[in-house]
Structures are given as structure tokens and as C-alpha cells.
Design a protein around this ligand. Structure first.
Ligand code: PMP
Length: 326
């Protein structure tokens, strides 16, 4: 963690270099490691793309000094973009479907952003349309559009992937991560496949989400409580690259809820449902590697814990499964 040993000039420099920690509930012979992204200043993986996308867009002249960033976002990306926008002298407006956590919306506002809510029923598609309408009305405004922006994947290819490989001396057998935009998984997977073409890659989605259809699997669309991953409309997830993915695992709300409680009680990880769903799938992959049912170049599995449970306490994340509200 060389970058954090000396005093830093700005909060932006604290982004990345997060710890990779062993998960102790997997098979002994195939360790599972989780990258703890709540260690970022905005407490999620999305601080990485907030900084990376805005710095590149400013460098390329796609956004002028003092411009406005408008983004449809479930919250974490808004927080990441709001931190970066504030430090880079930009304004920020976020379009958030109503169903997402109020905590996230309060944090975005505290960071100086304006929040616009769209109806839950219009989904992420409704938020995306509204963001583009707003950008058309303003001068010097951009919609980074994390669901379609290659800079999202590139941020993880440039930072998250190399950090994981450095921590494990390049001996990574499998990469298992949840897909919201899919930027996190695609960036790490692209980096990993360049290190070893045999690296096993698995995406994780909630039961009821349609990511599996990218690999030709049948999926029943349905509602789910797991927050931050999954898709109801594969047309909006432009970053998912099927040739980088071996399998897509669907995890039930109930399984994710059990696991997030177990991770806190047994291992001290205060993580939310997208992390626990990824952990369920990562342990499954580790068991399959141990049993010789999945071929991987090394006996290790890496997953990502995107954020912290503290952001979801108002939704009853640690109450009983029935009281966990959506
Ligand atoms: N978990 C949470 C809590 C998130 O907010 C997100 C981003 N939507 C993800 C996981 C998924 O990350 P990505 O968008 O890179 O697939």
C-alpha cells in the first residue's frame, strides 16, 4: 500500500489499493479472497470509476472546465462521481430511481450534488432517458453513462485487476464478481485473461435478473432485493462481453441474506447483498475447482465486495429475511 504511507494531497489519492482478504468459509485447498472496496473514500468500488472517467473525459476535452456531470445511478456511482466532480471543479446532477437507498442519496447531496428521482416502475431505463434529456438542455454537460462507457471497464483494467494480481503474485485461478454495469468484472477479467488465457471467469446476478441470457441461458425475469447487481433489460448493459465470461451464477435473495449475516457474524465483514451474493458464487466455484469440475490455472478464487452494509441499515439488511425491505 505504498501510496498510503505518506501524507496525501487530496481525497482522490486515497482511491484504490484496497485490501484483499481471505474468506474462511471456502474449501481449504482453494482459497477465496475478497477485495474490500468499502475501503475507498466514498466507501464503494465506484469511487474508482468516478475519478477515472472524469479525469479521462477532461483530458480528452469531452468535458470543459466547470462543466456538469449528469448520471443515472443507483447511488454508489453518484457518490464516486460526486467526490471526483467536487475535487475537479465540476457540477454534478444524479438521476436515481426511487427504490434505491436514501442513505446513498443523502451522501450524494452532502457532496454537493443535485438529486432527481424517477419512478421505480420506469427502472434504470427511465433514469437513463431523463439524464440524456437534461444533458441536452444544458451547455458543457456530459452523461458518463456507466452502463455504456468503456472507461468504466478500463478503470478496473488499469487499477483493480493489477492490484489483485500483484497481491497474489499473479496466481489467480478464477475471478467471480457481481454484474451491475459489468464494468468491474469485465475490467478485471480482461486483465486476468491477458495474464493467463485459461483464467476462469464467472459473473454473478440475482435470481430474476437476465444476465444469463448473454450466454444463451434461459432466465425467468422476476423481482429481487439484492441491490446493485442484475439487469432487467440486457440492451442497457453494453459493457458485458460474453467471450470474457465462462458462466453466470444466479443467487437467490435468501441465500444472499443468509451469507451477509454470516459474513458479519463469523468473519467481521460489514457488507451488503451484492458482496454476499458474489461470495456465495465464489465459494461454489472454489469447491468446483477443488473437486476438479472446473479447470483453472491456479487454485485460488478472487471476488469483489463492492460496498458496506452501513449504507442499507434503513432497509433492514440485518433484520429477518421477511423484514428486509426493498
Ligand atoms: N454492488 C453494488 C452495491 C453496486 O452499487 C454496483 C454497481 N451498480 C455493483 C455491485 C456492480 O458493479 P458493476 O457496475 O461494476 O458491475
Amino acid at each position: 500500500m505504498t501510496t498510503h504511507e505518506r501524507p496525501l494531497d487530496s481525497v482522490l489519492e486515497t482511491i484504490g489499493e484496497t485490501p484483499l482478504v481471505r474468506i474462511h468459509d471456502g474449501p481449504a485447498e482453494v482459497p477465496v479472497y475478497a477485495k474490500l472496496e468499502s475501503f475507498n473514500p466514498g466507501a464503494s468500488v465506484k469511487d474508482r470509476i468516478g475519478r477515472y472517467m472524469l479525469e479521462r473525459m477532461l483530458e480528452r476535452g469531452e468535458l470543459g472546465a466547470g462543466g456538469t456531470v449528469i448520471e443515472p445511478t443507483a447511488g454508489n456511482t453518484g457518490i464516486g462521481l460526486a467526490i471526483a466532480a467536487g475535487q475537479l471543479g465540476l457540477d454534478a446532477i444524479f438521476v436515481v430511481p426511487e427504490r434505491f437507498s436514501v442513505e446513498k442519496q443523502q451522501l450524494m447531496a452532502a457532496l454537493g450534488a443535485e438529486i432527481i428521482n424517477t419512478p421505480t416502475a420506469d427502472g434504470m431505463g427511465g433514469a437513463i432517458d431523463r439524464a440524456h434529456e437534461l444533458a441536452d438542455e444544458l451547455d458543457n454537460a456530459v452523461v458518463p453513462q456507466q452502463f455504456a462507457n468503456p472507461l468504466n471497464t478500463e478503470a478496473h483494467y488499469a487499477m483493480t485487476g493489477p492490484e489483485i494480481y500483484d497481491a497474489l503474485d499473479d496466481e489467480v485461478g478464477a475471478i467471480v464478481a457481481g454484474c451491475g454495469t459489468a464494468g468491474t468484472l469485465m475490467g478485471i477479467a480482461r486483465y486476468g485473461r491477458e495474464q493467463d488465457t485459461e483464467t476462469y471467469v464467472a459473473a454473478v446476478e440475482p435470481e430474476g435478473s437476465l444476465y444469463g441470457e448473454f450466454l444463451g441461458e434461459h432466465r425467468e425475469e422476476g423481482a429481487y432485493k439484492i441491490e446493485g447487481i442484475g439487469t432487467h433489460n440486457t440492451d442497457t448493459n453494453e459493457l458485458f462481453e460474453s467471450d470474457l465470461v465462462d458462466d453466470v451464477y444466479a443467487v437467490s435473495d435468501e441465500r444472499a441474506h443468509d451469507e451477509l449475516r454470516r459474513l458479519a457474524a463469523e468473519e467481521g465483514h460489514l457488507v451488503a447483498s451484492s458482496a454476499s451474493a458474489a461470495c456465495v458464487a465464489a465459494k461454489h466455484v472454489a469447491r468446483e475447482i477443488a473437486a476438479g469440475e472446473i479447470d483453472a490455472p491456479y487454485e485460488s478464487v478472487v471476488t469483489v465486495f463492492p460496498d458496506s452494509s452501513e449504507r442499507y441499515l434503513s432497509k433492514g439488511i440485518y433484520r429477518s429475511f421477511d423484514e428486509w425491505d426493498n
